[in-house]
Design a protein. Sequence first.
Length: 134
Amino acid sequence: MRTFLVLFILNLIPFGLLAQLSLTIEICNLRNNNGKIHLELSNEKKEQVAAISKNISGEKCIIVIENVKPSRYAFKFIHDENMNDKLDTSWLGIPKEGFGFSNNPSMTFGPPSFDKTVFELNESIVINCKPKYF
């Protein structure tokens, strides 16, 4: 009877409230170990849900975000080599530091659309990214 009661109560709770996932982001091929990686994770409504800064080691950075709810997300990051908390650009607006987005979208002029960077998170996953340098 006790088992039945526990199962009944668990069925009343939406699965999304129980499921807390882990998102691991591996950023490889950084041009050096200088500075930090600054990463912003946004939900499908384009609302920021996490902002993380992490050191670089071995020309890569691994960021783990715990307790993420199943949903659709996107992220962007910069390789802040001089640790001034911004993406440095030339007078023409061309980035001097590395940057990237989830899904590693191709870019022509300007950042990719949000839709090209969105991914579905319904299980704990590892996403590999490479920065772009000009």
